[in-house]
Write a protein that binds this ligand. Structure first.
Ligand SMILES: [Zn+2]
Length: 404
């Protein structure tokens, strides 16, 4: 009896040890553990999870100025800018193995043949720069978007790089995010992209990775976010939207699963949670059960989250677990922009850059597709961290290039 009463009155003094999670993420910015050595070629993604995770933890100040500059320089070190006579391979590489530290001009010239942008690395690299407050002035936005358009397939999907790769919904999302962040869509065919996404909507109203595949939570996020970022979410009819919501809501057990009959996993609190935020339906989920599951996967000793309780924490599940908690309004965490997968603070910085670019191009604020009053209201809502506030902002058209 007394034990029962004790349990009921037990209050965890620190349900979410912020400082340990921050310390855990910070570690990945200084070294890559041996067990993760095979991820060296996608190192930008690890930097993205660590930096963005620190941002959601409101702990970016822990990145000392010298490290911040190091990170920005390292990211720019992976930028590929093709010359006029070279193929359209602009973008970022994931690691620096193809950039030898040498003054040997002949060797450097020779290595250019092996340098090309990769959509996932380009997306995460730009997102890191934005999150660290860089002004992106070191980017040639056109050559990057040319690189995105060069890997679009005839049926609307995207590959990862010009050298050839799988092509599927993951890279559709990366393409949309890159173009949205750079406020420029260039030769990207948004209509073909839309058609590919809609052909990937399955009989149960989740989206699949490739045509005729099985509906999947991560892919459904990629599809919905790409539709929102390209200003095409409103093309879904209300019946379809309701059925997609149903598929998403049914993925909640306590946490969320990615597919029917699969175990729950921390990262789906982001993939499914963000999808429901995009469709304005996150409110109908069980916040308490979701929170309880995410918290059960954290390592309270060394920090970080894993996919399952008692698992090894990693930066991917740590960042996405924090985002999942942020959607439920966890006190102390920053708000997250669901489709851009970055903090609202980083998003505000991005909007500021867009305004700057637009005014340099002779376009005023009115060109955002919103009235001044609506923009003011949106800014206020963003300050309050209202996820619904993103809907209007992310569907505005770029004045640089008219909507196709
Ligand atoms: Zn996972």
């Amino acid at each position: 009896m007394s034990c029962h009463i004790d349990m009921e009155n037990h209050v965890d003094p620190e349900p979410l040890p912020f400082s340990r999670h921050a310390k855990n993420l910070l570690r990945f910015l200084n070294l890559l553990p041996a067990r993760m050595a095979s991820h060296d070629n996608t190192r930008s993604t690890i930097v993205f999870f660590a930096v963005s995770g620190l941002d959601v933890l409101n702990s970016l100040h822990l990145i000392q100025p010298y490290l911040r500059q190091d990170l920005i320089d390292w990211i720019y070190g992976g930028l590929v800018v093709p010359r006029d006579n070279e193929k359209r391979c602009g973008g970022f590489m994931g690691c620096r193995a193809m950039v030898p530290k040498t003054e040997d001009a002949a060797l450097l010239e020779c290595m250019r043949k092996y340098q090309w942008g990769h959509l996932a690395m380009t997306y995460t690299s730009i997102a890191v720069l934005v999150t660290l407050g860089d002004d992106l002035s070191g980017l040639d936005r056109k050559s990057i978007v040319d690189g995105v358009a060069a890997v679009q397939k005839k049926e609307g999907s995207f590959g990862a790089c010009i050298d050839g790769s799988e092509d599927d919904m993951r890279f559709v999302y990366c393409a949309a995010t890159i173009c949205y962040m750079l406020d420029y869509w260039g030769d990207v065919d948004k209509e073909a992209m839309f058609q590919f996404i809609m052909r990937s909507l399955r009989y149960d109203y989740g989206f699949s990775q490739e045509l005729e595949g099985e509906a999947h939570g991560g892919t459904t996020f990629c599809a919905l976010a790409a539709l929102q970022l390209s200003g095409q979410l409103q093309r879904l009819d209300s019946t379809t939207v309701e059925r997609i919501k149903r598929w998403l809501i049914f993925r909640q057990m306590d946490g969320f699963q990615g597919r029917p009959n699969k175990p729950v996993d921390t990262c789906y609190s982001f993939w499914i949670g963000a999808s429901l935020c995009i469709l304005d339906a996150f409110e109908v989920t069980d916040y308490a059960k979701n929170r309880e599951y995410i918290l059960s996967t954290q390592d309270k000793l060394i920090g970080g989250f894993s996919k399952w309780p008692q698992g090894n924490p990693d930066p991917f599940h740590t960042y996405l677990g924090l985002c999942g908690l942020s959607f439920t309004g966890e006190p102390g965490l920053g708000a997250v922009h669901p489709s851009l997968n970055m903090s609202m603070a980083a998003y505000a910085h991005l909007q500021h850059l867009h305004e700057q670019w637009r005014s340099e191009n002779g376009k005023g604020e009115e060109d955002h597709g919103l009235s001044s009053a609506a923009q003011q209201q949106l800014k206020l809502k963003m300050k309050e961290g209202d996820p619904k506030a993103t809907t209007a902002a992310t569907t505005s058209n770029s004045p640089l290039i008219p909507a196709q």
